[in-house]
Design a protein around this ligand. Sequence first.
Ligand code: FMN
Length: 214
Amino acid sequence: MRTIIINGSPKGNSKNSNSRIVCEEFVRQMKSPCEIKCIANSDPEELALDVEEYDTVIFVLPLYIHAMPGIMMNLIQHLKPSTVHGKALGFIIQAGFIETEQEKYVERYFASLAKQLNYDYLGTVSKGEAAALYMFPNMFKKVLRRFNDLGRIYEQTHAFDQKITRELGKPYKLTKSQTLIFQFFCDIGLNNLGWHKVLKKNNAFDKRLERPFL
Ligand SMILES: Cc1cc2nc3c(=O)[nH]c(=O)nc-3n(C[C@H](O)[C@H](O)[C@H](O)COP(=O)(O)O)c2cc1C
């Protein structure tokens, strides 16, 4: 079974792409690591043809505005339905927000996409709260180990391990008390510290409340 991993982030192979990190961790403990390709800077037509050479395609992507990045949608529009049975399509989403419930819409789409393209659906693995992965990898050791295990087990079983998928997907939805704690952090401005740092670095802090489309 030949598998290709497709990195769907517009940041491609750059150092600060969390999708790149997840791709690399997924193949790290494989005996024969799968090939990884980036959509960014690729010709979607050529990449769609390359993909046909493989039995399984696993997309690793971030969520941008609750959806897949545009470059990934573009590639998908170039994919042709498989003419043979038994090929498989899988997805690994890593995103900034804590709750993985927001992924449910795109997951539903991925399941029906696989069907439309005559691929078996391997499933979608979702990990929230991952925006700082490239900044503080040491804080994410446990998460990275889970991706190592997910990849190692995938190589042996050709499936996403259900237990690891469940662990990575937590929390699906914050409990009431977690929401209250989070609200408190928002009220005192803690949630904005990192974001404001980025705005200041880009001389955009003073413009943060502007509403240009009004
Ligand atoms: C323009 C933009 C939109 C984003 N929208 C969402 C979103 O809707 N939900 C979410 O959970 N994270 C969102 N994020 C956070 C990214 O999913 C997160 O930072 C991810 O780790 C980026 O992966 P990458 O570095 O591989 O591109 C957004 C980030 C950017 C830059």
